[in-house]
Design a protein around this ligand. Sequence first.
Ligand SMILES: *[C@@H]1O[C@H](CO)[C@@H](O)[C@H](O)[C@H]1NC(C)=O
Ligand SMILES: *[C@@H]1O[C@H](CO)[C@@H](O)[C@H](O)[C@H]1NC(C)=O
Ligand SMILES: *[C@@H]1O[C@H](CO)[C@@H](O)[C@H](O)[C@H]1NC(C)=O
Ligand SMILES: CC(=O)N[C@H]1CO[C@H](CO)[C@@H](O)[C@@H]1O
Ligand code: SF4
Length: 423
Amino acid sequence: MFLKYAELHVIVCIIIFHFLCDESSGLTLLSGQRIPSRGIKKGVEHYGNTASTRSIFDLPSVELWGEQNGLKEDHLKSLYRAVMNASRLVQNNSDGIYQCKLDHLVEDLILEGFPKRHVQNLMETFSIHCSIKHIEKSEGGYKFVIQLPSGKLVETVLIRHERHSGNVRYTVCVSSQVGCAKKCSFCATGTMGLQGQLSSSEILEQVFLAKLFLVDNASDGFIRNCVFMGMGEPLDNYDAVHEALRGLTHQCLYGLKAKQVTVSTVGANANKIIQLADEAPQVSLALSLHSALQSTREKLIPSARMSPMEVLGAALDYHSDKSGRGAMLEYLLIDGVNDSEADIEGLVDFCSQRRGRVFVNLIPYNPTLAGEGFAYKVPTDERIFAFHDRLKGLGINSLIRWSSANGRDTNGACGQLALSAYE
Ligand SMILES: *[C@@H]1O[C@H](CO)[C@@H](O)[C@H](O)[C@H]1NC(C)=O
Ligand SMILES: *[C@@H]1O[C@H](CO)[C@@H](O)[C@H](O)[C@H]1NC(C)=O
Ligand SMILES: *[C@@H]1O[C@H](CO)[C@@H](O)[C@H](O)[C@H]1NC(C)=O
Ligand SMILES: CC(=O)N[C@H]1CO[C@H](CO)[C@@H](O)[C@@H]1O
Ligand code: SF4
């Protein structure tokens, strides 16, 4: 099921973050950007601990263990440096699964300044739980099927961005749930239903495995952005996602800037947007809106009935007040579904009320991108341009995100990306 490549989040992720990577360059690290712990009881991960060891990416557990052993934060830094340096992917010849092997971890820990007397205990307590079941290369990057300790599978995508300067950066697109309860009408993941929640370490291990793969196989760039656009609605697994955000931005671990991390939601639970604004305001927010008319929105995203437009709008305003930045709105344009004059009016109103503190990505729907079984069609160019012109005319920042699968070549690289990843 998940091999259908029909997950809309991922499509959007591939089309949009190709640009974002460049747009977000030159940001400076703000002090105090670290995401504070919410005081989730340390050492107690919520889900999926089936192994006898804990995951070394279960940050609260590692912190608790460190505290109990009198270790300082610098020791955690050396711990993760040594883990990164000592790890490599090894493929099992009989089942083809790639597992992480830690060669010379003991030596590396000591080289990095980790206290020798705690090494043995560390290695008995923690390990790496996820593995890669399948790797697929495409022109735009790589797609991984990740196997969780429960045996369940999720997708992780690495998107390659080559800048004009020739520098290469990657965006990693992670899953936060197995399947999804939201049942959006255009999304294959939704048809799976919700089969499980990922723990924070399972989210962070996706990034780790993708990173290891890069070191081994491409090593032409590093991961610069992380987006929660894989399987699942991240705000439906809030605690684990919050903890993963902390790990992604933690100096000892991945050390990404909070702005380089994007949480993408369909906005069914406006309270969670408010909570995110309070607890991790610097993290970028993307909202899959697809219509600003409540009735159309509900047709596409059934669970949107939980969050009427006024409530959603208020949550977005709250978020932009807290973060000082607007959200990114994703709008999939589907012929005869949400591209009417009334839909344009609705979107224009909604954006105007936000005083322009939004950025709209108009994504012409493309049947070849979203797989079969969805009887949606791409609108005419006229409708697409009408939408864009109206937004522009009102000073609302927006872009049409063509994909070359649509017969346009305005953005070859990005189109190829979408195409090659989804054919
Ligand atoms: C390789 O896969 C086989 C079949 O699943 C399994 O029995 C074996 O233990 C695996 N080897 C390693 C080193 O994990
Ligand atoms: C990193 O790993 C290499 C071998 O892969 C090893 O030679 C080197 O000493 C390690 N460096 C540190 C600081 O652990
Ligand atoms: C990764 O690189 C190794 C050797 O460098 C190669 O054997 C393997 O096929 C590569 N994997 C992929 C998916 O490209
Ligand atoms: C609910 C709604 O307004 N749907 C409209 C979407 O757009 C098409 C035209 O493109 C209209 O026919 C629908 O009424
Ligand atoms: S919320 Fe769930 S069903 Fe909706 S697009 Fe995202 S993954 Fe698919």
